[in-house]
Design a protein around this ligand. Structure first.
Ligand SMILES: [Zn+2]
Length: 294
C-alpha cells in the first residue's frame, strides 16, 4: 500500500502544475474585442474568434457548433449596448460574460431607424441603442480596461504582464483619440453625411455634425436613394460623405454629382482582409487628417 500511496502522490505532484496552467478559453463577439484581447493576453489564455468574417458581427446568426463553442468558453467578451442580437436567442451562462461597455452604459445613445438590407443580405434596423461604441476611442479604452480586469481575475499570476500590455494598448488608443479630437476641432461645425447610421458615438466624442443614411458602400444607388440624400443635403449642406467601407467607383461618382467627396472611416467590426484593428483605425485617422488639406 505504501508504494501505491507514494505513486498517487507522485501523480498528484506532476498533475498540479499542469492544473495550475489551465488556459482561460476566451470567445469574443466582435473583432475589436478580439483585437483588444490579443493585445492584453499572455499565453495563459486561449483566444478564439469564430464570427463569420463575411457578416456584420452585430447581426451574426451563430450555428449550433458556434453556440457550443461559446457555451464552453471561460470568458465571453461582449460589446454590450444591445450589440449581440443573437445572444438572447441562445442559452449562455451569465457568469463568463464580460459586458465591456457597462462602465459607460449611462451614456448610451438611443437611435431611430428603419429596416434596410446589408451587403451580406441581412435585413435589420438600427433603432434602439447605438452600438458602435468603440469608434469613440475613449470608450474603446474603457472596453479594453474591462477585459483586462477580468483577465487578471482569471489568471492572477499574469496580472503584472496584463497591466503592462494594457498600458501599451491605452497609449495607442490615446494617441489616435488625441488626433481625432484635433481633427474635430479643426473641422468644426461643417456638416458631414455618413453612409450608415453607426457614427453616433464618434460624432459625440469628436464634436462632429454627422447625419447618417442607410446605404451600403457597394449597393446600386437608385433615384429614390439620391432624392432622399438631396433632401438631407438641403437642410444639412455637407460636402463630404463618410463611408463605412470602400465604396464602388459608381457610388463615388453618384455622390460626386451632388457635390459630395467620399472618405472611408471603417469601424472594423469584423476581421479586416489585411492588417489589424489598430492599423485600420490609423488609416481612418490619416484619411480624415488629409481632408483638412483638401
Ligand atoms: Zn445597418
Amino acid at each position: 500500500m505504501k508504494s501505491l500511496t507514494h505513486f498517487a502522490l507522485v501523480l498528484l505532484a506532476t498533475a498540479l502544475p499542469a492544473f495550475a496552467q489551465k488556459k482561460t478559453v476566451v470567445q469574443s463577439t466582435n473583432y475589436p474585442l478580439h483585437y483588444f484581447a490579443e493585445r492584453l493576453a499572455t499565453d495563459a489564455f486561449e483566444l478564439n474568434y469564430i464570427v463569420d468574417p463575411e457578416v456584420d458581427p452585430a447581426f451574426w446568426k451563430p450555428g449550433k457548433s458556434d453556440v457550443g463553442a461559446f457555451q464552453k468558453a471561460d470568458l465571453i467578451l461582449r460589446n454590450g449596448a444591445d450589440y449581440e442580437k443573437w445572444i438572447k436567442r441562445v442559452s449562455l451562462k451569465t457568469s463568463p460574460q464580460v459586458d465591456t461597455s457597462k462602465a459607460f452604459s449611462a451614456k448610451f445613445i438611443k437611435t431611430k431607424g428603419k429596416e434596410h438590407r446589408h451587403g451580406d443580405g441581412t435585413v435589420h434596423s438600427h433603432a434602439g441603442t447605438a452600438f458602435t461604441t468603440w469608434i469613440d476611442l475613449s470608450q474603446a479604452a474603457m472596453q479594453a480596461e474591462a477585459i483586462a480586469a477580468r483577465f487578471k481575475q482569471a489568471q492572477p499570476d499574469a496580472a503584472a504582464k496584463i497591466d503592462e500590455n494594457l498600458a501599451a494598448l491605452l497609449a495607442d488608443l490615446s494617441e489616435l483619440d488625441g488626433r481625432l479630437k484635433a481633427f474635430g476641432k479643426a473641422w468644426g461645425e461643417k456638416p458631414l453625411v455618413a453612409s450608415h447610421p453607426i457614427y453616433q458615438y464618434f460624432a459625440r466624442a469628436y464634436g462632429l455634425k454627422i447625419e447618417g443614411i442607410e446605404w451600403e458602400p457597394e449597393m446600386e444607388i437608385k433615384d429614390s436613394d439620391l432624392a432622399g440624400l438631396k433632401a438631407i443635403l438641403a437642410k444639412h449642406p455637407a460636402t463630404w460623405m463618410i463611408w463605412e467601407d470602400a465604396p464602388s467607383e459608381a457610388n463615388i461618382a453618384a455622390v460626386a454629382k451632388l457635390g459630395l467627396k467620399s472618405v472611408v472611416f471603417a469601424p472594423c467590426a469584423n476581421r479586416p482582409a489585411e492588417g489589424d484593428w489598430l492599423a485600420v483605425m490609423k488609416a481612418n485617422v490619416e484619411r480624415l487628417e488629409a481632408m483638412l488639406k483638401m
